[in-house]
Design a binder for this molecule. Structure first.
Ligand SMILES: NS(=O)(=O)c1nc2c(F)c(F)c(F)c(F)c2s1
Ligand SMILES: [Zn+2]
Length: 259
């Protein structure tokens, strides 16, 4: 049963021009690769993560999230479209009830089975919360997951924890983990100025969407789908389809780091 609520990230509710203008950054986008503009000036991005920054993994009823120590520049993202070093705060996933859908971004009409979001924030704004009010507050690296024959060994540790965070509210320690092992080989990316994909959809996000998906096995996808939305003493509700439909690009420029 789809968990996605009716609330998606649209423009301002009053439909005003300003609202439409403001709202135009809301929600995940449909990427049309031929419309993306190759920007040769876009530098490569770099993640330098400290495995010791990993703290815990939890089920909040909407997704499975790994949280990291972001009290200092310990695990940071640099380069690409961002200035300075943004701190890794958490990573989480969006997935479908079957392999043919689940991602929040869609590329040339292709929906992937899942999408990994690695959320970083700009420490120049002091704390995470104020960063959400800034257009250069947050940078999210998005990685597509597709289902294939091969097992993604690097996903094993996260998926092994599913047993202990089956239901909403469960959290368990998750230590010594460097999430950069989840990246695909290629560093090619698309980037655009957007928003969170989940309401209230602050328009504070520089998206860095990796072109190359990582491949996970059917069993690994089934592990993600084995999570529940409900707490342990509520009726069972499978945690699937926690993605939100893409919003129209509305003249937004998507830049590509590659030709
Ligand atoms: N799905 S997402 O765009 O990566 C994403 N949404 C949100 C959000 F709505 C929040 F309130 C928040 F504090 C986040 F850290 C994220 S991260
Ligand atoms: Zn997300």
């Amino acid at each position: 049963e789809a968990v996605q609520s009716a609330a998606v990230c649209r423009g301002a509710s009053d439909g005003s021009a300003a609202g439409a203008e403001l709202g135009f950054r809301k929600g995940a986008q449909r990427i049309r690769s031929e419309e993306a503009q190759h920007d040769p000036a876009l530098p490569p991005w770099f993640a330098s993560y400290d495995p010791g920054a990993a703290k815990s993994i939890l089920n909040n009823g909407r997704t499975c999230r790994v949280v990291f120590d972001d009290t200092f520049d310990r695990s940071v993202l640099r380069g690409g479209p961002i200035q300075g070093a943004y701190r890794l705060r958490q990573l989480h996933f969006h997935w479908g009830s079957s392999d043919d859908h689940g991602s929040e971004h869609v590329v040339d009409g292709v929906k992937y089975a899942a999408e990994l979001h690695m959320v970083h924030w700009n420490p120049k704004h002091g704390n995470f919360a104020p960063a959400l009010k800034q257009r250069d507050g947050v940078a999210i690296v998005g990685v597509f997951l597709k289902v294939g024959k091969t097992l993604k060994r690097e996903m094993k540790r996260i998926l092994e924890e599913m047993e202990s965070i089956k239901t909403k509210g469960k959290e368990t320690p998750f230590l010594h983990f460097d999430p950069s092992i989840l990246f695909p080989k290629s560093r090619d990316y698309w980037t655009y100025e957007g928003s969170f994909t989940t309401p209230p959809c602050e328009e504070c996000v520089t998206w860095i969407l990796l072109r190359e998906p990582i491949v996970v096995s059917p069993d690994q996808m089934a592990k993600l789908r084995s999570l529940s939305m409900n707490t342990e003493n509520e009726p069972f509700h499978p945690l699937v389809d926690n993605w939100r439909p893409q919003q129209p690009l509305k003249g937004r420029v998507v830049r590509a780091s590659f030709k």
